[in-house]
Design a protein around this ligand. Structure first.
Ligand code: MSP
Length: 532
């Protein structure tokens, strides 16, 4: 939750995704984090909050350096190409409304990184020493012996680790064990879900070791300001994006106004960096800690984390080209509890597209708009109260809002879709097509048409953060755009006030919101993951 603001200024909400490695093109696992962040962003905006949604790319380090080398181009050329051709376009593919996109090769970031580590060294938090131990290039992470699988393999990538031995600079992480523990004991929701919280606390309780924060064997990075033979270790460069993007090191006033972040969304594989190293760095610099780190699960293929390296990555456009961006956004958040792992399957996606988006939501919208056109020449009858529907709406809106506060995106969607089901049942039970045949029941028909349209108005507002394209089409076809203004400005916290659509709104039949799709006859040619 954003902090309560005593002034009249709306609360601000600062939300981040991890910054993505540019060694390869995005797959749906990456887009999953971005979409979750985007749904939260849109929901908070529709609460009237000022939201800052940050995403970007992590461009330094061994992995990118080697990939560029193999492709025969400079690391900078490689990064520019991947960012422009793959990473920025995927935001449009999934319809993400981010406010900023930070690249770690930008001067605003590099300056901030140097300033930060200079401050920490001056405060005595860094010292020179020798590092020896296993390193996974895939994770860009120094591993502890207990982390490895049998045969010395990385547990995330299943590949052999490399043994490193070099002179470099260390960060006194061990000095922050107690402060971190005290912070987490006082703030049990600072890491979520609970399983992630428990993992972090038990890791800290085992005792934290000082950690190497620079590398001498890597050239592609931010040089240490006090030792030009070293670059900042890529994670201790990347984590700082959250601060440099909002002005750390370049615009102190902006930084003071925006920091700390309200939520860092991360995959569970990068929890330790965000919930231990990053807050320890901030404590060392005397800066406030992020309010929450939320670790979501993995999209799996054959029971393993989907990844391009293992050739199991599916490009977001492969799904969006067929189902559309709304269905992409809806499916992953609706089908998988946020925080758990889940498998993607074309069959499950097709089934939910049809039964939930097309049959429940799209069909209700086209039934209502065509009935108003046919029976009332497209003019909405006057508002009438409806206790059953208003109560269901009240409940759905409040359930969804509460769920969003704890990042339970699945329950938020279920609450809104549960309301859509209630409205469908209402239409089935009241049988407006029969009322239309009986002149004496014109008043009843008016009431059913109004109540259904008004319910759809509310459903569009509640579902807009998830399926913005369809909701905006519905919004216009209800005549709501002309009467109530843009859908993005409709408040989710006022959605349950009944009777907002005025009499006389011009209702027009639109094309189906979720049209029938050809069967996925070519699915055999796609990379297909088992359902589950
Ligand atoms: N560059 C680091 C993050 C630095 S943040 C300061 C990194 N990049 S990544 O590209 O490998 O991963 C970015 C995000 O995508 C992570 O949150 C990761 O968990 C997520 N995912 C990558 N593969 C995924 C799945 N198969 N499923 C769900 N999320 C996945 O780590």
């Amino acid at each position: 939750m954003p902090s309560a603001d005593s002034s009249d200024e709306p609360a601000s909400f600062f939300l981040t995704t991890p910054i993505y490695y540019v060694n390869d093109a995005p797959h749906i696992g990456h887009a999953y984090t971005t979409v979750a962040g985007d749904v939260l962003t849109r929901w908070h905006r529709q609460r009237g909050e000022r939201v800052h949604f940050l995403t970007g790319t992590d461009e330094h380090g061994t992995k990118v350096e080697r990939t560029a080398q193999a492709a025969g181009v400079s690391p900078q050329e490689w990064c520019d190409r991947l960012v422009e051709d793959s990473w920025k376009p995927v935001l449009r593919t999934v319809d993400a409304a981010n406010d900023d996109f930070i690249r770690t090769t930008e001067p605003r970031h590099e300056k901030g990184v140097q300033r930060f580590w200079e401050v920490l060294r001056e405060a005595g938090h860094c010292y020179a020493s020798t590092y020896e131990g296993p390193y996974c290039v895939g994770c860009e992470e120094f591993k502890l012996p207990g982390d490895l699988l049998e045969g010395g393999l990385c547990p995330v990538h299943g590949t052999p680790v490399e043994m490193l031995s070099e002179e470099n600079w260390f960060f006194r992480l061990s000095a922050f064990s107690e402060a971190l523990l005290a912070h987490y004991e006082a703030n049990p929701t600072a890491v979520q879900p609970e399983s992630a919280y428990n993992e972090v606390v038990s890791f800290i309780k085992q005792g934290l070791q000082d950690i190497s924060m620079s590398r001498s064997s890597v050239a592609w990075g931010v040089p240490l300001p006090w030792d030009a033979s070293q670059v900042v270790y890529v994670w201790f460069d990347a984590l700082l994006n959250y601060a440099t993007a909002v002005g750390f090191g370049t615009d102190d006033e902006r930084f003071a106004q925006t920091w700390p972040a309200d939520v860092h969304l991360v995959g569970k594989d990068i929890l330790r960096f965000h919930a231990i190293y990053w807050p320890a760095m901030l404590l060392a610099a005397g800066l406030p800690l992020p309010r929450q780190v939320f670790a979501h699960g993995w999209l799996l293929v054959g029971g393993e984390k989907m990844s391009k390296t293992k050739l199991t990555g599916i490009a977001p456009s492969a799904i969006v080209d067929h189902f559309g961006s709304d269905a992409f956004r809806y499916y992953f958040l609706r089908a998988i509890p946020f925080g758990s792992d889940g498998s993607f399957s074309w069959e499950d996606m097709s089934a939910r597209y049809k039964s939930e988006l097309a049959d429940q939501f799209g069909n209700l919208a086209s039934r209502l708009t065509s009935m108003v056109e046919r029976y009332r020449d497209g003019v909405l009858p006057a508002p009438v109260p409806n206790e059953q529907l208003s109560a269901a709406l009240q409940q759905a809106a409040s359930d969804a809002d509460t769920a969003i506060d704890v990042l339970d995106l699945q329950s938020a969607i279920n609450a809104a879709m549960g309301f859509v089901r209630t409205v469908n049942n209402y239409v089935t039970e009241t049988e407006p097509w029969k009322l239309a045949k009986d002149e004496a029941r014109a008043g009843d028909l008016d009431a059913v048409l109004y109540c259904t349209a008004e319910s759809l108005r509310a459903a569009a507002v509640l579902l807009n953060p998830v399926i913005p394209k369809a909701c905006s089409v519905l919004w216009s076809s209800l005549g709501a755009e002309a009467q109530l203004g843009p859908i993005s400005e409709q408040r989710v916290d006022q959605v349950a006030r009944w009777g907002q659509l005025p009499a006389g709104a011009r209702v027009t039949k639109s094309d189906p919101l979720f049209p029938r799709l050809d069967e996925l006859s070519d699915a055999g040619g796609r990379e297909t993951a088992p359902g589950g």
